[in-house]
Design a protein around this ligand. Structure first.
Ligand SMILES: [Zn+2]
Length: 344
């Protein structure tokens, strides 16, 4: 006869050695399956006498029940352990800081340009743009700078061919507007855009930069209108306490011409590094539109007058944001550009 208790203990030991659910299933088939060990004993019952069969069958059943029960208990524990393992592995730490998505931001030059545009649009100006590849007529001749004029040499020009060039000033857009609207006066426009000069790039010069020029032509326009307009712009840009001053200057397309200084927004006129101790910062050029420019566009200079001004966007942005190298605006370093996100 079999030693049932020994057999039972051996099987329990095997069950104890199982490490996971998969091994448990293999062992279950091995012991309890249709071709398993228990079934093997069952099939031997036929060979026994009826008396032996009764005793034998009872023992096999007891063995089967015991093993099956123990297997279920161990299986449940394995299942629980596997679940705990999975929870540990897939655990989400809700206290971790999230990863912020990167939002692009407007370029600092665009921010300044938009700000200046907003100021003038609020005063009834229209925004007008024109081509960056210009012809001599609009870039120079209409602006009272005929061939041979010394002012042409002052602006080192990128020529494409004899007549076409990369515009050196947004004045070209003004000249186109004067021609187009000469019989629809008054004109009240600002012209933002990129201009190009054959400069060697350094901390304060760039072969490409941006201007915003303004032009007003109507009856009875005076230098006082120009001063009031620019003063308002400076106060909106740099603060209500700002004042401006005019210094005489020369541009071929304005007469008289002036350089415009704004009181230093950093030291309020006391003198500092930025204004080099003077208390004033030069920010733009301006003047009354030259009568020759008006008549070249078909406007009667006896009846109409006008003023014009041009501001460098980089110059304003450098003052505004404390940037000391103009090249920073063009190198597209995200670390630099992301400093100017208006939403933060
Ligand atoms: Zn200063």
């Amino acid at each position: 006869m079999e030693n049932w208790e020994k057999l039972r203990l051996e099987m329990l030991e095997k069950i104890n050695a199982v490490r996971n659910e998969k091994e448990m299933e293999q062992l279950r088939v091995e012991i309890l399956g249709k071709k398993g060990v228990i079934q093997g004993y069952m099939s031997r019952m036929r060979e026994l006498s009826p008396e032996e069969r009764k005793e034998f069958g009872k023992s096999v059943n007891e063995l089967k029940n015991s093993v099956e029960t123990y297997m279920k208990t161990v299986h449940a524990k394995l299942k629980e352990a596997a679940l705990e393992e999975a929870i540990k592995r897939e655990k989400i730490d809700l206290t971790l800081e999230g990863v912020k998505p990167y939002n692009g931001s407007l370029h600092p030059l665009d921010l300044v340009q938009q700000e200046i545009e907003d100021i003038f649009v609020s005063m009834g100006y229209s925004v007008v743009t024109g081509p960056e590849v210009e012809i001599n007529l609009y870039n120079f001749e209409r602006a009272n700078t005929p061939a041979g004029h010394p002012a042409r040499a002052m602006q080192d020009t990128f020529f494409i061919d004899e007549d076409r060039l990369m515009r050196t000033q947004t004045t070209a857009v003004q000249m186109r507007a004067l021609e187009k609207y000469h019989d629809h006066l008054p004109i009240k426009i600002i012209c933002p855009g990129k201009v190009y000069r054959r400069d060697d790039d350094d901390a304060t010069h760039s072969h490409q930069f941006s201007q915003i020029e303004g032009l007003v032509v109507a009856e009875h326009i005076t230098l006082g209108d120009l001063k009031g307009t620019l003063e308002l712009m400076c106060r909106r840009m740099f603060g209500e306490e700002q004042t401006i001053r005019f210094r005489p200057s020369y541009f071929p397309f304005t007469e008289p011409s002036v350089e415009v200084d704004v009181s230093c927004p950093f030291c309020h006129g006391k003198g500092c590094n930025v204004c080099k101790g003077s208390g004033w910062i030069e920010i733009l050029g301006a003047g009354m539109v030259h009568p020759k420019v008006l008549s070249a566009a078909g406007i009667d200079p006896e009846k109409y007058t006008g003023f014009a001004f041009g501001v460098g966007v980089e110059r304003i942005a450098m003052l505004r944001y404390g940037v000391d190298d103009i090249r920073d605006f063009f190198q597209n370093d995200v670390r630099f550009l992301s400093e100017f996100n208006r939403e933060e």
